[in-house]
Design a protein around this ligand. Structure first.
Ligand code: PXG
Length: 457
């Protein structure tokens, strides 16, 4: 292909429209508008095929925790490709990268989680957990314990089981989901659903929904509860402090397993190594992906501990589960190097004590904007609620597409921020500098002004 950047872009757009079925995309709409072509990245910046620079306040899809352009990760991948590009971990074999990574994961994980199983994506990892939960209760001689309870606005992935656990309503009808054996309770979304309750009272009430659902289904039929410590794709829903301790209590009281989906929260995002550390959660299973490799290669992991790990170790029979790419050597080498970068550069502590608080303080200033009803966040993850009426926390009529208007202004003005309904969400790389945070805020403020103008307010 040759020609001006514009012609090149057009050629790529046409070919893409002809042959590429995109995730979560309306294809007619996309073909009309023309897809955006991203060609290059460095640090916190992306460049598109027209040469525009964008500050990526989403770390790709919540994953590029160490930032783009890390030579250490290229070099590690290249070296591993040369030495052993592939071998599997079935049939009584292993390889050095996966041994080293498992060791490292157990080191950084909350105490007690000491057994790792690998997958290629967060969805696969959650699907694996859905199977392992069944296996655990079958091993215990309690085969009636089957149902997994999750929450509205949850995102756990797109495989049949992971989508069934997800609670974003549009994810189900196209595929006749959820499957039997999955139930949902309300999310701890105080700003949207808390009404007149204080956040703490609302947190207890939202956790109480788990107990009510358990009693409705019969605790003897319930296997596990799954939750993201902070719900990411559902709109960065940060539970009140009263929430997780109550969930933990209910899981213990009714003998159900607790699964922390750390796909977004893991690896420093919340200012601690894991969201479970931030909220004092003691899970039986943890799901890891995204920040595990900072998105440089696809890889996910399931961490287990305590009675679950003990049961699998002692089962005395073959575990009939695993993927061709479970523990892929190149992905494992990159994941290990990525974790070493987080450690060597103190990026998790920086997210918790320095750049995270700075980002949150600067974002909080935007609460003075006429459109912003609430800014909330932890560490390097945050949300801003666009509302029509601040005192009542009333959102705009969804048909006005306030969030989408804002997101489009962001793209046009060199900033990538996602809109979840009318909630603007962001999760920049943990490496972002103060000056880059300032630029992010400057661009976000400008886009909010443009959104306000478009909404005629
Ligand atoms: N769990 C959580 C908490 C996630 O956020 C998954 C599982 C699934 O991971 P995979 O690797 O199978 O995609 C995710 C993924 C969005 C968005 O629009 C979020 C995700 C994926 C795609 C889009 O916010 N999260």
């Amino acid at each position: 292909m040759s020609g001006t950047p514009h012609n090149l872009t057009r050629a790529l757009q046409e070919s893409d429209a002809a042959h590429h079925l995109h995730p979560f995309t309306d294809h007619q709409g996309l073909a009309r508008k023309g897809v955006r072509v991203i060609t290059r990245a460095d640090g916190v910046y992306l460049w598109d095929s027209e040469g525009h620079q964008l500050l990526d306040a989403m770390s790709g899809l919540w994953c590029v925790n160490v930032g783009y352009g890390r030579k250490e990760l290229d070099e590690t991948a290249a070296r591993q490709m040369t030495e052993l590009p592939y071998y599997n971990t079935f049939f009584q074999t292993t390889h050095p990268p996966v041994v080293a990574l498992s060791d490292k994961l157990v080191q950084v994980a909350p105490a007690g989680l000491d057994l790792v199983s690998y997958a290629g994506s967060g969805s696969e990892a959650n699907d694996s957990i859905a199977k392992l939960v069944r296996y655990y209760w079958n091993l215990q001689g309690q085969p009636r314990k089957k149902t997994i309870i999750s929450r509205h606005l949850a995102y756990h992935g797109v495989t049949m089981a992971a989508a069934s656990m997800s609670g974003l309503a549009p994810m189900h009808p196209q595929f006749d989901l959820p499957l039997p054996g999955f139930a949902h309770i309300a999310a701890p979304y105080w700003y949207g659903e808390g009404g007149d309750l204080s956040p703490e009272d609302f947190g207890r009430k939202a956790a109480g929904a788990l107990e009510r659902k358990l009693l409705e289904l019969g605790p003897e039929t319930v296997a596990a509860f799954i939750g993201e410590p902070i719900q990411g794709a559902g709109g960065v829903i940060i539970p009140p402090d009263s929430y997780w301790p109550e969930i933990q209590r209910i899981c213990a009281a009714y003998d159900i397993l607790l699964i922390a989906d750390e796909v977004i929260c893991g690896f420093g995002r919340t200012g601690a190594w894991f969201g479970s550390d931030s909220f004092g959660i003691k899970p039986d299973f943890m799901t890891l992906a995204k920040g595990l490799t900072s998105g440089y290669l696809p890889m996910a992991a399931v961490l287990m501990g305590g009675r679950v790990a003990a049961a699998f170790r002692a089962a005395g029979e073959e575990l009939v589960h695993g993927f061709t790419y479970s523990g892929h050597p190149v992905a494992a080498a990159v994941a290990l190097r990525n974790i070493e970068i987080l450690e060597d550069e103190g990026l998790v502590e920086r997210a918790g004590r320095e750049i995270g608080p700075y980002l949150q303080a600067r974002l909080k200033e935007l609460e003075a904007h006429p459109l912003i009803g609430e800014v909330r966040g932890r560490g390097m993850i945050a949300a801003m609620e666009i509302v029509e009426h601040k005192p009542s926390r009333a959102h705009f009529d969804p048909r006005r597409g306030a969030g989408m208007i804002c997101r489009n202004h962001c793209f046009e003005n060199g900033l990538v921020m996602r809109a979840v309904r009318d909630t603007m969400v962001l999760a920049p790389p943990l490496t972002i500098t103060r000056a880059e945070v300032d630029l992010l805020i400057e661009r976000a403020a400008k886009c909010l002004d443009l959104t306000q103008r478009d909404l005629g307010r």
